[in-house]
Design a protein around this ligand. Structure first.
Ligand code: JFZ
Length: 627
């Protein structure tokens, strides 16, 4: 059993070492992706004929619309006459966004540009199912307008395209998979060919910097079926086709997800726990919807969104934040408000985001996140430490200067010793939401490995015990800090409820009353690593009952300012005297060997204490005021 657990620990330590190693290994970024990797923050725009209905981009499926009803009652009424590309591009620019991805065609099949591919028609087969041809909007090309406005703002223009198409005559929506079923194998072949012609239109007309695919989710790695008709080889073919049209275009993994195709991963609405092994981007909504939803006012705060963006960058990802314009083309007021607030923070702090990469450290601090770039480590403090000190693991680099992005000319004083850089903080955070500290260093910030930190703590009771069921009993706990060669492997002990039990500096737990407590051992190496163990305490007496055998012990004179306690016990003498402070923690101890003895308390500072004289069978408790 012991042998097994040692093997397990060895394995865990090995795994930790591998993961630390893995987090250091950077992937290489191909030159055509450098701008994207440095951009870090982009705008997603879900805009289509669904925006008119205002029930989200999935309304066709969720509300069981037929093709003809959807076309005539939703799409035909879409008229984004107030769409202002300049306003949207400036909104993105002010928020600090460097690229913008707009839906050219979502699952509903409605095309936001004038397509010439004849099969993309309405159900009557007479009218092209696109914005200029199918609506009263007119001949404006909003993709071109937006591309031009983006270029004026130095924002990269990108397009989203859905592989599945709930409207196309080759397909019918599958109300179970939410995908579409193909009418036949030949319909599939024709549709894919037509889709490629459409993509050719998009690439040659608009030269999107990124093609962002979706609607690939019944993918399979084998042969197509009519319900799972998009395959891995279709995805590979699509990728190669697009790259043949434009050698620079960046393509997401959803040309056929889960096969590591494309140029980057897209964990949707979530942030991976650690950096991935290739570039990635988290897309996120500001409320709960991508496409405009009239009733969705559940907006995240700017603080929440900024924190998520920083977390993403600290783990080496990009952040694509969505807006869903209304049917008239205007952006919901609350989205504008939130983006402007993000912009205010970015105006001061964007240096810590653009071209910044993952944290150089294997674990994340309790107060926030790190990002870095050559010559700079950024410490993003979301929770201001109340002890006035910010602790950062030491770097191999020499530190030239430390300051905040809020006040770049004021130097922050610091000390670097014993594996930590300690910054002296002002009392209040310059930016309560996220103050960014900059450590100006020489070279690329890299964690120092001179001090080996604790990564795990395991607590065990004597002989494996997890209970105390003796009246006034105690249990010796021990903490093993891993790795075993940690520079400082000592711990400090605390218990969750000092009314139930208390613990001394050596891990001796003494019961006071029945209950369950959690014992915590905190690493003294300041790594903030904690080990925990639940302990059950039973058979204790509480309150007045503890005084039940006070007749056996006399303390005189009644303790006050006297420096000496005289103790006389009648009956069987007890074995131990412990004095506790008001927090229930032992401050003095004495092993009793005689019925009567004197005890020197002159070293105690003034205050309230409890004297506890006990043996295995019973306990005597007396209040002590030292003045
Ligand atoms: C897709 C779309 O269906 C949705 O409307 C929106 O456009 C979004 C950006 O992408 O939805 C997805 C795609 C992927 C996952 C979940 C929803 N996923 O990988 O978990």
């Amino acid at each position: 059993m012991k042998e097994h657990s040692y093997r397990l620990y060895a394995l865990i330590i090995l795994m930790i070492q591998i993961s630390i190693h893995a987090s250091k290994a950077q992937y290489t970024i191909p030159p055509r992706m450098e701008w994207w990797y440095e951009a870090r923050f982009g705008m997603f725009i879900h805009f289509g004929s669904y925006s008119y209905l205002g029930h989200g981009e999935w309304a066709f499926s969720e509300e069981n619309w037929t093709k003809s009803a959807y076309q005539t009652q939703v799409s035909a009424n879409f008229n984004p006459s107030d769409f202002n590309a300049g306003t949207i591009a400036r909104l993105a620019k002010n928020a600090g966004m460097k690229y913008l991805v707009i839906t050219a065609k979502h699952h509903e099949g409605f095309c936001m540009w004038e397509t010439d591919v004849q099969s993309f028609k309405d159900i009557t087969g007479t009218t092209m199912y696109d914005l200029p041809d199918y609506t009263a909007f007119g001949t404006r090309d909003i993709l071109q307008e937006l591309k031009d406005s983006c270029e004026a703002q130095d924002i990269k223009f990108c397009l989203y395209y859905s592989i599945l198409d709930w409207n196309h005559s080759s397909q019918e929506i599958n109300r179970h998979t939410y995908y579409s079923n193909m009418a036949s194998e030949s319909a599939r072949t024709d549709y894919i060919a037509d889709m490629k012609v459409q993509l050719n239109e998009l690439i040659t007309r608009y030269h999107p910097a990124v093609m962002w695919f979706d609607g690939d989710w019944t993918y399979n790695a084998g042969s197509p079926t009519l319900s799972s008709w998009w395959t891995k080889s279709d995805g590979e073919d699509l990728y190669n086709y697009l790259r043949s049209l434009d050698t620079a275009v960046i393509i997401n993994e959803r040309v056929c997800r889960s096969f590591s195709l494309g140029d980057f991963d897209c964990p949707e609405k979530e942030v991976p726990d650690t950096p991935l092994n290739r570039p990635w981007e988290t897309c996120q909504t500001m409320n709960n919807s991508w496409g405009y939803k009239i009733w969705d006012q559940n907006y995240k705060t700017p603080a929440t969104l900024i924190r998520e963006m920083v977390k993403v960058v600290s783990r080496d990802g990009n952040y694509l934040l969505n807006i869903g314009p209304k049917g008239d083309g205007t952006v919901p007021e609350q989205s504008v408000k939130v983006l402007n607030q993000i912009g205010e923070w970015m105006a001061v702090n964007s240096e810590s985001i653009y071209a910044a990469t993952r944290s150089p450290f294997a674990s994340e601090p309790v107060w926030g996140y790190y990002t870095k770039k050559p010559g700079k480590l950024f410490a993003h403090v979301f929770e201001w430490p109340d002890n006035g000190i910010l602790k950062i693991p030491s770097l191999v680099n020499s530190i030239k200067k430390i300051y905040t992005l809020t006040e770049t000319t004021t130097s922050i004083s610091f000390a670097d010793s014993n594996g930590y850089i300690r910054l002296s903080l002002p009392d209040t955070a310059p930016d309560p939401m996220n103050t960014v500290f900059v450590l100006d260093v020489s070279g690329i910030p890299e964690a120092s490995s001179e001090f080996i930190k604790v990564t795990d703590i395991v607590i065990t009771g004597e002989n494996g015990a997890k209970t105390i069921d003796t009246y006034g009993g105690s249990l010796q706990l021990s903490a093993t800090a891993y790795p075993l060669d940690a520079t400082d492997n000592t711990v400090s002990w605390t218990v969750s409820d000092t009314n139930v039990a208390c613990i001394d500096a050596e891990g001796l737990l003494t019961a006071k009353q029945d209950g369950t407590i959690t014992v915590t051992a905190v690493a003294n190496d300041e790594s903030d690593i904690r080990g925990r163990l639940r302990i059950t305490i039973s058979n204790q007496t509480t309150g007045d009952q503890q005084f039940r055998d006070q007749t056996t012990v006399r303390i005189f004179p009644n303790p006050n300012e006297h420096g000496i306690l005289n103790i006389i016990q009648t009956g069987k003498p007890k074995s131990e005297l412990v004095i506790y402070d008001i927090y229930g923690c032992p401050v003095m101890k004495h092993v009793i060997s005689e019925k009567s003895f004197s005890f020197d308390i002159s070293s105690l500072s003034t205050g309230f204490y409890t004297i506890r004289i006990s043996d295995d069978a019973s306990v005597f408790i007396h209040k002590l005021i030292k003045s």
